[in-house]
Design a protein around this ligand. Structure first.
Ligand SMILES: Nc1ncnc2c1ncn2[C@@H]1O[C@H](COP(=O)(O)OP(=O)(O)OP(=O)(O)O)[C@@H](O)[C@H]1O
Ligand SMILES: [Mg+2]
Length: 593
């Protein structure tokens, strides 16, 4: 219920429409209840007493009421749909906005599959919950209460004999509703899993082909698909027993009414019309119960979904902005200092990824970071834009702790080229302009030139207007990387972070990119993660990272003197034993030395 209460917030903007729907629904109850009364009148006062005028009058009245009922029901449906769809749209928007506010850590926790299910099928379930509630929510209980009152009015004894039956029926429905919620939740979890597998498979379709893993992927999919189907079948089978069980109760009720009522008619205590009306009331009491079974399905499903939607909405972004945060001053020099920084990924306390990192990057300096795969290079640079927060220690820019800087202001000063180049569908120009939408064509070209991308872009069929497909599939790896570099450069950042961003670019182009960056009039402090030692030779400072620790730092010349590890890397890549494309194995176990 807690989850439903929270969702009330989303119904609030539509409360007027919801009230109209409920008022219409309530009027329906009155006409629903009037029909059996009129039938009783036709039989007892019209047919039995051969009063044709009364029969005709009452029939016309009944027709009129039915017509009115139809109109009211249409109106109620209309408003219910408006409220339901409105709530659905607002929920989707709230989830979407929430996801935008997620930090990297939050995104690690929620997989794409999970988020997609929450945005689509969970929102639909909540929407149905709202709609169905407005369509039958008040009608069912009111109809039941009204029918009971009229039943007591017609014959209190007969009504009393039916009470236990009604209680048992209500109990059965409550039991079904409670039992169904966890089953719905299980089905949704399986749907999450199915979606994650599907999403991964479709995103990685090329890899699956390349590694001839279609069989394995097929199995993975089949397991997820089977699990989902099995859970759905279990739920559906359980749900489908509900209706027949309830029908038994309705039938027992009718038999009781006819048997007991028949006796009363024989003894002259009741009239036939009253019995007919009574059976009708029994139906109007049982129908809402059956309606409620429908409602209980939707409720169980809706509550399970509301819980999951709330999970997203309640998630607090891991990286929070300090309410007293200040913007980074425009004249910032970008002196970046790591002070005894330690870091581990959330929930993985056992395994520190970075430990005791101390580092000073003077304004305009280029800091190169070398290290084996998994050493913690990406983790280190991801701390600067606060994609993750440090666990211990402090990172400061111009002496200000980055946690006291407004996030937008911090990010606007940082240009980052992530290790994996992600491009959006759109034109080449749009992609470069991504961080600076108002950039002029000249600025786009200048950034592309610095990133050594201009030449290949002009050779594309439509130049800067060439359409890039989803995730940049129609470009080569090196082309994507260069567009990503241009995208970072166009913001004219004070801090430039390149995470292995030239790994797919040939050495000659890489050198050109480097010299373009060095000659850039607007000097930035750069962090360059690299695998090739040739990339880092000219850096002001080279850090060698192994298993989360800086094991050596200095210029190339200094390290050649002082660091045997660096010398070994140098030798393995550029020295005698160097073979193009070979990655240094040296880092593994450096600590053990
Ligand atoms: N989002 C994450 N959640 C949990 N652990 C992570 C996450 N990202 C990386 N790691 C772990 O942190 C360690 C360091 O990873 P990192 O990506 O920083 O390495 P790297 O030096 O950049 O390697 P590479 O050269 O392959 O890019 C690895 O052991 C990795 O398993
Ligand atoms: Mg990395």
């Amino acid at each position: 219920m807690k989850h439903i209460r929270k969702l009330f917030h989303f119904i609030k903007p539509y409360w007027k429409l919801a009230v109209v729907a409920l008022v219409l629904l309530t009027t329906l109850v009155f006409s629903d209840l009037a029909i059996p009364l009129l039938i009783e009148r036709i039989i007892d006062q019209g047919i039995k007493q051969k009063n044709l005028t009364l029969v005709i009058q009452t029939s016309v009245l009944m027709l009129g009421i039915s017509l009115l009922n139809t109109l009211i029901a249409i109106g109620n449906n209309k408003y219910s749909v408006l409220v339901g769809e409105g709530v659905g749209r607002d929920l989707r928007e709230a989830i979407f906005v929430k996801i935008q506010s997620f930090s990297f850590g939050n995104l690690d926790e929620f997989t794409t599959g999970k988020l997609v299910v929450r945005l689509t099928s969970d929102v639909s379930a909540v929407k149905s919950l709202v709609q169905i509630s407005l369509r039958i929510g008040t009608r069912a209980p009111l109809l039941m209460i009204g029918s009971l009152i009229l039943m007591f009015k017609t014959d209190p004894h007969l009504a009393l004999t039916l009470i236990p039956l009604l209680l048992v029926t209500t109990g059965v429905i409550v039991f079904f509703s409670i039992a169904m919620e966890p089953m719905f939740r299980a089905v949704q979890q399986k749907l999450d899993r199915l979606n994650t597998v599907l999403q991964e498979n479709i995103a990685g379709a090329r890899l699956v082909k390349a590694f001839v893993r279609a069989d394995y992927e097929g199995e993975r999919f089949e397991v997820a698909n089977e699990d989902y189907t099995e859970r759905s079948i279990r739920l559906m089978q359980f749900m489908s027993t509900m209706s027949p069980v309830l029908t038994i109760f309705v039938n027992i009720g009718i038999v009781t009414v006819i048997w007991y009522g028949g006796l009363q008619v024989i003894h002259g205590n009741l009239m036939v019309g009253q019995i007919v009306a009574f059976t009708n009331y029994l139906f109007t009491t049982m129908t809402p119960l059956i309606m409620m079974t429908m409602l209980s399905n939707t409720w169980a499903n809706g509550i399970a979904s509301a819980r999951r939607v709330n999970e997203v909405l309640d998630t607090v972004a891991e990286v929070q902005e300090d309410p007293n945060a200040q913007p980074l001053p425009d004249q910032a020099l970008a002196r970046v200092v790591f002070n005894n920084v330690s870091f581990h990924y959330c929930g993985d306390v056992e395994r520190p990824i970075l430990e005791g990192v101390n580092l000073v990057a003077e304004p305009g300096q280029t800091i190169a970071i070398l290290g084996a795969t998994g050493a913690g290079k990406s983790s280190l640079i991801n701390l600067i834009p606060r994609f993750y927060d440090v666990t211990e220690g402090q990172i400061s820019i111009d002496g200000v702790d980055i946690r006291s800087i407004q996030t937008d202001s911090l990010l606007s000063q940082i240009g980052i080229v992530p290790q994996e180049s992600i491009l959006f569908s759109g034109t080449v120009g749009d992609n470069i302009r991504y961080g600076q939408p108002e950039a002029t064509q000249e600025e786009v070209v200048a950034a592309a030139q610095a990133a050594q991308a201009h030449e290949f872009i002009t050779r594309l069929p439509r130049g800067y207007e060439t359409h890039i497909e989803e995730r940049g599939v129609n470009l080569s790896g090196g082309q994507k990387q260069r567009i990503a570099i241009a995208r970072a450069l166009i913001t004219q950042p004070k801090i430039l972070i390149l995470d292995d961003s030239t790994s797919a670019v040939d050495v000659e182009t890489e050198t050109k990119i480097q010299s373009a960056l060095e000659n850039n009039q607007r000097k930035h402090t750069s962090f360059v993660v690299a695998q090739r030692i040739s990339t880092v030779l000219n850096a002001d400072k080279i850090l060698v990272i192994d298993r989360g620790q800086i094991v050596a730092q200095g210029t190339h010349a200094q390290l050649m003197q002082s660091s045997p590890i660096y010398q070994e890397i140098f030798d393995s890549q550029l020295g005698n034993g160097f073979h193009e494309g070979e990655r240094p194995q040296i880092f593994d176990g450096v600590n053990a030395k």
